[in-house]
Design a protein around this ligand. Structure first.
Ligand code: THU
Length: 135
């Protein structure tokens, strides 16, 4: 992926921060999922008073893509942004959902408030992933 392409994706994730529904944590997270047709699907965290019913930004983006009719073969890359000093690592539930829809080499771009960007593959985020019951 070109630098221009992933920077645009990261900016889309950052832009989504304003849409997060975070009345409890006040910790907005924005995600952006790039499809192979160049569509960018938005994700934000959507919290709930029961806390456990909260949906993270990464899962919101992935589930939205599926709901819009895309399949995992259409996914190209994801970016995640927060107002954080450090790179914001996807939570472990989101990592497991990534394993369901993304292969080992799938790039996840992480950013932080100073706009630095790093990339980790899903394989790096989830070593020894549980991805099949056929074992
Ligand atoms: N959160 C995400 O949206 N993505 C992550 O990967 C980390 C955590 C959200 C969940 C909750 O709304 C808030 O951040 C604090 O945990």
């Amino acid at each position: 992926m070109s630098e221009q392409e992933y920077k645009k994706l990261v900016e889309a994730a950052r832009h989504n921060l304003d849409k997060a529904y975070v009345p409890y944590s006040h910790f907005p997270v924005g995600a952006a999922l790039l499809m192979k047709d160049n569509t960018i699907i938005s994700g934000v965290n959507v919290e709930n008073v029961s806390f456990g019913a909260t949906n993270c930004a990464e899962r919101t983006a992935i589930f939205s893509a599926i709901a819009q009719g895309y399949s995992k073969e259409d996914f190209k890359a994801m970016a995640v942004a927060g107002n954080t000093n450090e790179y914001l690592p996807p939570c472990s539930i989101c990592r497991q959902v990534m394993v369901e829809f993304c292969d080992d080499q799938f790039p996840v771009y992480l950013t932080r408030e100073d706009h630095e960007i790093t990339m980790m593959t899903v394989g790096e985020l989830v070593p020894m992933a549980f991805e099949s019951m056929d074992i």
